[in-house]
Design a protein around this ligand. Structure first.
Ligand code: AMP
Ligand code: MG
Length: 473
């Protein structure tokens, strides 16, 4: 749609080599590329005949401050693919050169952040969390100047769409109501077609986006994922996780965990993520006022009411997911307290988040020996276990059933920060991908125990902390 993007071409890069190609994703998308053509295509050096690459415009609230013009400063949308099942996806290159939206940036991406996005987005996918995915990673002979010179890389990313909260903000801030409407109509047709004929379709659209975000953030929380830059330009209408920058999975449980070096005040800390999503959704709501009702006070009332439902919808998802993590499927009074009590003892002793739930899920095998072993002072945990066993034992075999449910939802393998760093370091400094491949193969099957793979499920040594991540732009 004209006015929503600028046509522009990727930059030519030197000697592109495909270092990782996601063949199962390619198959699912029905994409067939001759290996000989892959380096050209996935670096942007070669553009398919019928394609017209473009950079999309968007605005966004970054750390609470509004930037009226951001846009794809280092990404080119190549086009869309439609699968056999009729699903439509955007295919985008990231790190493919300057665009009209680059501002002071160089339009490039370094190999490290590209590999990081590849790993973490694949982990999210395997955990069943909506996310953009990585189709290919290409390394080049060019360099990117960051703190030092790094190998330049290009990532091919696949997304349900790239319509961001910030895309709505871009047009709303310019007073272009007709464009906001066009965008909303497009987003509805693409992601919420069932709402198309409703009279209140823009309000219904807002409600659906709220629902998807509430679910998504609860899913992040349930695996200890911290996005790190939840700006409104990094939140998409489709409800996928997008823009993997300084994101990371929490090691030991501490609700105020922040990894990103630029998040000085902890705005995007683990525990703040639901509040921030709520705030971001309020920004989306503001852009829809003129669409919802000609009378702005009426529109604001309706949108506010929809927005006010966010905490309850989030809480419902949170309790469902954390309930499953402790083997409880039918939530009852007292379950929320039970979960909070566990999280509290975990926080006091800074217990590894992933392993606490994993070891608990092996209770039926070892009577909680491994789980208890995670705590130094385990008196308080013993009391908790008693209440938990009481809660899940109803009939014979109930503990076993709860544990098997827990094993299906509590991952063994997540992209542990020290493993991600090791994989990146080896690739960037030694041009080897063994550590990357080994990590990828584990996180692609997070729930299946692999013999001899303890090191992928073990927390980092003390000396690794504190862990800090960088935006990598
Ligand atoms: P991000 O922090 O990656 O979500 O990016 C925020 C904004 O900065 C977006 O408009 C990006 O396109 C832009 N940006 C990030 N890195 C670069 C870069 N190296 N060159 C140009 N623009 C960039
Ligand atoms: Mg972004």
């Amino acid at each position: 749609m004209a006015g929503f993007y600028e046509a522009c071409s990727p930059e030519i890069v030197s000697s592109p080599r495909v270092i990782r190609f996601n063949s199962s994703l390619a198959e699912a998308l029905d994409i067939h590329v001759d290996p000989e053509d892959a380096p050209g295509i996935f670096s942007g050096n070669v553009i398919a005949q019928n394609a017209s690459p473009l950079a999309q415009c968007y605005a966004g609230h970054q750390f609470g401050q509004f930037s009226p013009r951001l846009g794809d400063g280092r990404a080119h949308l190549l086009g869309e693919v439609i699968t056999k099942r009729g699903e439509r996806f955007d295919v985008q290159l990231k790190g493919s050169g300057r665009t009209p939206f680059s501002r002071g940036g160089d339009g490039k991406a370094a190999l490290g952040p590209v590999l990081r996005e590849y790993l973490i987005s694949e982990a999210m996918w395997a955990l069943g969390i909506p996310t953009t995915r990585s189709l290919a990673a290409v390394v080049t002979d060019d360099v990117v100047i960051r703190e030092t010179a790094k190998p330049r890389a290009v990532l091919t990313r696949v997304a349900a769409s790239h319509i961001r909260v910030g895309t709505f903000e871009y047009f709303a801030a310019r007073g272009e109501v007709e464009k906001v409407k066009q965008l909303a109509d497009y987003a509805i047709a693409r992601h919420f077609s069932e709402l198309n004929n409703r009279e209140d379709k823009y309000l219904a659209f807002y409600r659906e986006v709220i629902k998807r975000q509430a679910r998504l953030i609860a899913q992040w929380m349930s695996v200890g994922f911290i996005h790190g830059v939840m700006n409104t330009d990094n939140m998409v209408i489709s409800g996928e996780t997008i823009d993997y920058g300084p994101c990371a999975f929490m090691d030991y449980f501490s609700p105020d965990t922040v990894f990103s070096s630029i998040d000085t005040y902890g705005r995007y800390a683990y525990e703040n993520q639901p509040k921030i999503a709520h705030w971001n959704l309020a920004q989306l709501g503001r852009t829809l006022i003129a669409l919802v009702d000609p009378e702005s006070t009426v529109a604001i009332d309706k949108l506010s009411e929809a927005l006010d439902a966010f905490p309850a919808i989030y809480e419902e998802n949170w309790i469902e997911l954390f309930g499953q993590k402790i083997g409880v499927a039918d939530i009852q009074d007292g379950d929320q307290q039970l979960i909070h009590d566990l999280l509290q003892v975990m926080a006091v002793e800074k217990v590894d988040f992933t392993n606490a739930f994993l070891k608990l899920s092996r209770f039926s095998i070892d009577d909680g020996k491994e789980f208890l072993g995670l705590f130094i002072n385990n008196d308080s945990v013993k009391g908790w276990i008693e209440s938990w066993v009481k809660r899940i034992s109803g009939s014979s075999g109930a503990v076993d059933a709860a544990c098997s449910m827990m094993q299906r939802v509590n991952p063994i393998y997540i992209p542990r920060n020290h493993k991600v760093e090791e994989a990146i370091h080896e690739a960037v400094e030694e041009k080897r991908f063994d550590a990357f491949d080994a990590l990828l193969s584990h996180i692609q099957e997070p729930f299946r125990n692999i013999e001899g793979s303890d090191s992928f499920a073990t927390p980092a040594p003390e000396a690794f902390f504190p862990y800090v991540t960088f935006c990598g732009t």
